[in-house]
Design a protein around this ligand. Structure first.
Ligand code: ATP
Ligand code: MG
Ligand code: FE
Length: 350
């Protein structure tokens, strides 16, 4: 099926078009620059930016895919989770588009969309797989037995998301927003073992109780305290060493828990998704440790890892191919939609 996907859950306005599992176009407009002076995504600014970006992004995506709106078999949209106001812009646009074209509409889960992005790489995809989703808003570990019917949440962050931690630490280190790329760059010349920062929820007692959950707020406090102590002592601070040591702590815990999930469930596959996958050290450590554990790692290209509309279209396309009914129009934006709800408001089977 030819599907157009609309994604507006955070600061990317994404319009993607797929045919089956073939990617035809993936247009992304980001309002990231507008959030830079606030050091994080401002919901009202993001929602307004989506309103302005949607129409041109849609025109660009249709032109790039060389299709017209009337060719579409379905429209897909992110219903949640995400920022309520931002989601509402996409949901409203998708409903208007589907109704005016008389086209089926699929309201889908953003996190499962990140997992569906992997379908568009053109490579053979196998389930079950463990999926680690790390972005500015999410840090989730899921067990995917079937993309269209069985996604189980194993764990998630109990406080900050991994990307959020990068952004906050960058601020402490005096680096600009978004912090992830800045810390990656600074860390390249630093010593990852210079300072031993805490690995959240990783002690033996935590691994028994919160085995697949993440926590980064303690790490943030530890870095802040370490900086204060050094400054108070008049010691010279190596930003590359702090950045590398912080990055190592985040990467270590992400990879350790993801591979624990693979081992516990006897699943030799790990899929990585979300904007933090841009992190060079995360990819390096994940690949090395997974190889030792006999786990195959899949990392879609970064344009499919960060928020985009193509992954939303890919998920809907997969739902259609497995015979699922379109969503009824009574769904809304659900900022806390759980990962287990793959599709929202599926119509009753006739
Ligand atoms: P959502 O959480 O809804 O998926 P988002 O916009 O917060 O959306 P992304 O756009 O996928 O998330 O990713 C942005 C986040 O990724 C930011 O927090 C940014 O700092 C982080 N990031 C980007 N590049 C890197 C990197 N090289 N290393 C670590 N983090 C990075
Ligand atoms: Mg973003
Ligand atoms: Fe996302």
């Amino acid at each position: 099926p030819l599907v157009l996907g609309i994604e507006t859950s955070c600061d990317e306005t994404g319009i993607g078009i797929v045919r089956g599992r073939t990617l035809l176009s993936n247009t992304i407009a980001s309002s990231m620059d507008e959030h830079a002076r606030y050091g994080g995504v401002v919901p009202e600014v993001a929602a307004r930016a989506h309103l302005e970006a949607l129409a041109p992004a849609m025109e660009a995506a249709l032109a790039e895919a060389s299709v017209s709106l009337h060719d579409l078999d379905a429209v897909a949209v992110t219903s949640g989770p995400g920022l309520a106001g931002a989601l509402m812009v996409g949901v409203g646009a998708a409903k208007a588009l589907a109704v005016s074209l008389g086209t089926p509409l699929y309201a889908v889960n953003h996190l499962v969309g990140h997992i569906a992005a992997d379908l568009l790489t053109g490579e053979e995809v196998e389930y079950p797989t463990v999926a680690l989703l790390v972005s500015g808003g999410h840090t989730s570990l899921a067990l995917v037995r079937d993309l269209t019917s069985d996604v189980e949440l194993l764990g998630e962050t109990v406080d900050d998301a991994a990307g959020e931690a990068f952004d906050k630490i960058a601020r402490i280190l005096g680096l600009p927003y978004p912090g992830g790329p800045e810390i990656d760059r600074a860390a390249a010349t630093g010593d990852p073992n210079a300072i031993r920062f805490p690995r959240g929820l990783s002690r033996a007692s935590d691994m028994a109780k919160n085995r697949y959950d993440f926590s980064f707020s303690g790490l943030k406090t530890a870095v802040a305290r370490w900086m204060e102590q050094q400054e108070a002592a008049g010691a010279e601070i190596s930003i590359p060493d702090v950045a590398a040591s912080f990055r190592e702590a985040v990467v270590d815990v992400l990879v350790t828990k993801a591979l624990a999930a693979c081992a516990d469930h006897g699943v030799p596959r790990l899929l990585l998704g979300g904007g933090v996958i841009a992190n060079a050290r995360l990819r390096e450590v994940a690949l090395a440790r997974a190889a030792e554990a006999g786990v195959t790692v899949r990392i879609p290209p970064l344009t499919l890892c960060t928020d985009n509309g193509a992954m939303i279209a890919a998920l809907a396309s997969e739902l259609i191919m497995s015979g699922r009914r379109p969503s009824t129009l009574d769904f809304g934006a659900d900022s806390t939609l759980p990962v287990t709800e793959i599709q929202v408001a599926e119509g009753v089977r006739s």
